[in-house]
Write a protein that binds this ligand. Structure first.
Ligand code: ADP
Ligand code: MG
Length: 312
């Protein structure tokens, strides 16, 4: 559905916003485009959507070259820009009709398309309202309905939940998950949990380059700092540290004592160690009230990736 090869974009006078970027997205995939502000996500998406021309490289959408078949490409995708420009003095239905006209839909396709998009986005109840009177969450839905009105197979959504409250975020996520069964989706965000909630694969961008392209599971595995076991035992900190420092494969300890209890984490390079840890606690005859493995959060992974810290 998307094939980008050696894409470069230089804005006048600046450092390249996108440098030699290559990736592809297969039909039906839901891909998250992740990276901190300024990484080049919006620039790449604008080029994919045919709104900005590349400085170099080749960009194919739905088998069509974006530069040479600009109009056809725009017809095969729906694009929600980062700040969606809406005509706020228009009413919802009126605006979507107008957008469908601009996209060249015939009269018949237009009313069917507008009806379907409003239904998909939960806008039927507000179709006669002025856009200026809608909440931010509903305006975002109008933007998504606009992207959907010509029923394109590919949707490119640039930070679709930015600036929404938690309730609105849940509603837009639900809409995205409904759309994912019938569309290929590329969704950008600078927040990892956003991508985790909606996407199956993630492309991580930083400073104009692609840093990683993997499934969320692969990403977690590849970038995990190790395996963490959290314990709480009734023993002196010094004793617990002495015993576990000599434990095979322990990488580091992060323990604190509160009154009679020592609590905290044992970090291992890899593998499963809960049983051995328990055996050890039993041998020392320490009362135990907690022992569990902690998953390294992908948030940590993301920070490591985008700040350029070396792999653990
Ligand atoms: P992201 O969407 O990941 O935050 P952008 O694609 O918006 O990143 O920006 C990438 C880089 O390009 C940034 O350094 C930004 O300042 C620069 N940039 C974006 N748009 C323009 C523009 N219209 N003119 C000049 N520089 C721009
Ligand atoms: Mg952006």
């Amino acid at each position: 559905m998307i094939d980008v090869q050696h894409l470069t974009k230089n804005y006048a006078g600046g450092i390249p916003a996108v440098q030699d970027v290559s990736f592809s997205v297969a039909p039906g995939e839901i891909v998250g485009f992740l990276g901190p502000n300024g990484a080049g996500k919006s620039t790449t998406m604008r080029i994919l959507a045919g709104y900005l021309s590349p400085s170099g490289g080749q960009v194919m959408v739905n088998g069509l070259d974006v530069t040479r078949k600009n109009i056809e490409v725009r017809q095969s995708l729906g694009y929600l820009p980062e700040t969606c420009p809406l005509y706020t003095e228009m009413r919802v239905r009126e605006y979507l009709n107008y957008r469908a006209d601009l996209k060249g839909l015939s009269r018949r396709h237009r009313s069917a398309g507008v009806e379907r998009a409003m239904e998909q986005c939960g806008l039927l109840d507000v179709q006669k309202r002025l856009i200026s009177q809608l909440s931010k969450g509903f305006r975002q839905r109008v933007g998504i309905a606009d992207a959907l009105v010509h029923n394109p197979p590919l949707l490119i959504l640039d930070e679709p939940t930015i600036g929404l409250d938690p309730n609105q975020i849940m509603q837009v996520r639900k809409l995205i998950s409904e759309l994912s069964s019938s569309h290929t989706l590329l969704i950008s965000s600078h927040i990892l949990s956003e991508i985790e909630a909606t996407c199956s694969r993630v492309i991580v961008m930083g400073k104009g380059k692609i840093l990683e392209s993997a499934t969320l599971a692969e990403l977690g595995e590849r970038w995990s700092a190790g395996v963490e076991i959290y314990i709480e035992v009734k023993a002196a900190l010094a004793d617990v540290e002495r015993v576990f420092r000599e434990f095979p494969e322990v990488k580091s300890l992060d323990l604190q004592q509160t009154e009679a209890w020592t609590c905290g984490s044992l970090l291992f390079h890899s593998g499963e160690h809960r049983e051995q840890v328990f055996e050890c606690v039993r041998k020392e005859e320490w009362p135990l009230r907690e022992l569990h493995a902690k998953r390294q959060s992908l948030e940590d992974t993301f920070i490591k990736l985008t700040t350029g810290e070396g792999k653990a």
